[in-house]
Design a protein around this ligand. Structure first.
Ligand SMILES: NC(=O)c1ccc[n+]([C@@H]2O[C@H](COP(=O)([O-])OP(=O)(O)OC[C@H]3O[C@@H](n4cnc5c(N)ncnc54)[C@H](OP(=O)(O)O)[C@@H]3O)[C@@H](O)[C@H]2O)c1
Length: 253
């Protein structure tokens, strides 16, 4: 292992942090004093901007490319981060691919696999690679970014809904398995949080959504980043295996 440039700082890996929620989570963790590994697959320039903004704000970060659905790429990612900054203490499994609507008549196994790659395979690869380092530290925070879509269960989204449900199952089982090692595992379930990919959402669409949200506003990236920062902190060592829904009360039973 190489010498650590950022000794003393906890290291946080945020997957899919070149834009969207991941970029906001990375910035927030940078402001909280973590060394942030900003992972991306194709958006090198955007990831570099996120790193630069963290550094400008006085934090420490670096960009790490990797397809987090690929086993060898994840192993290399964790090795590179550990070599550059030290062992990973906080893992935020956030990356997502496209989430197309698919009617049941057209739904095939490939549609399921496309979602399971991100929400079951990738978290498994990441956790397997990072947990030995967390065990050594007797400290770890695994935070999965799920979705309230599991509760909303919208039609033609069944592959995404099923994979997000599976991700919650992993969270709960891993929490039991890793608790004795001082590692917590939780899932943050956002509601609709407008990010770059929602740029063409119509005012009608937003108004219809807001009509069902008790808090009467759209969620922000900061709402999610705040919750992740809380779960990453020392203050939450007795919270594990939980889902925290951040959606303004949209899915209150
Ligand atoms: N935004 C919402 O309304 C919302 C609501 C509920 C749940 N969520 C959940 O929140 C998470 C983030 O969603 P988002 O809306 O922020 O998504 P997004 O804006 O589409 O960003 C996706 C990120 O994932 C990265 N990525 C894609 N494929 C990758 C791969 N194979 N390996 C590594 N990185 C990859 C992208 O980077 P590159 O472009 O560099 O590839 C990008 O940084 C997801 O788990 C999603 O299900 C979001």
């Amino acid at each position: 292992m190489t010498s650590l440039a950022f000794a003393g700082q906890r290291v946080a890996l945020v997957t899919g942090a070149s834009r969207g929620l991941g970029a906001g989570i990375a910035r927030r963790l940078g402001a909280e004093g973590y060394f942030v590994a900003v992972n991306y697959r194709s958006g090198a320039d955007q990831a570099a901007e996120v790193v630069e903004s963290i550094r400008q704000a006085g934090g420490a970060a670096d960009a790490f490319s990797a397809d987090v659905t690929d086993e060898a790429a994840v192993a290399s990612l964790v090795e590179r981060i550990t070599g550059t900054a030290g062992p990973i203490a906080v893992l935020v499994a956030n990356a997502t691919g496209p989430q197309p609507t698919v009617a049941i008549d057209d739904l095939d196994w490939e549609d399921h696999l496309a979602q399971l790659d991100f929400f079951v395979k990738s978290p498994t690869l990441l956790v397997r690679a990072a947990v030995p380092h967390m065990r050594e530290q007797r400290f770890g925070r695994i935070i999965q970014i799920g979705s309230d879509m599991f509760e909303r269960a919208l039609p033609e989204m069944s592959a995404y809904v099923a994979a997000k449900g599976a991700q919650l199952g992993l969270t709960r089982s891993w929490a039991r398995e890793l608790g004795p090692s001082g590692i917590t595992v939780n899932l943050v379930a956002p509601g609709w949080i407008p990010v770059e990919r929602h740029a063409d959402a119509s005012p009608q669409e937003i108004a219809a959504y807001l009509a069902e949200v008790p808090m009467g506003r759209m969620g922000t990236i900061e709402d999610i980043a705040e919750t992740v920062a809380f779960l990453a902190s020392d203050r939450t060592g007795f919270i594990t295996g939980q889902r925290i829904t951040v959606n303004g009360g949209h899915t209150i039973d």
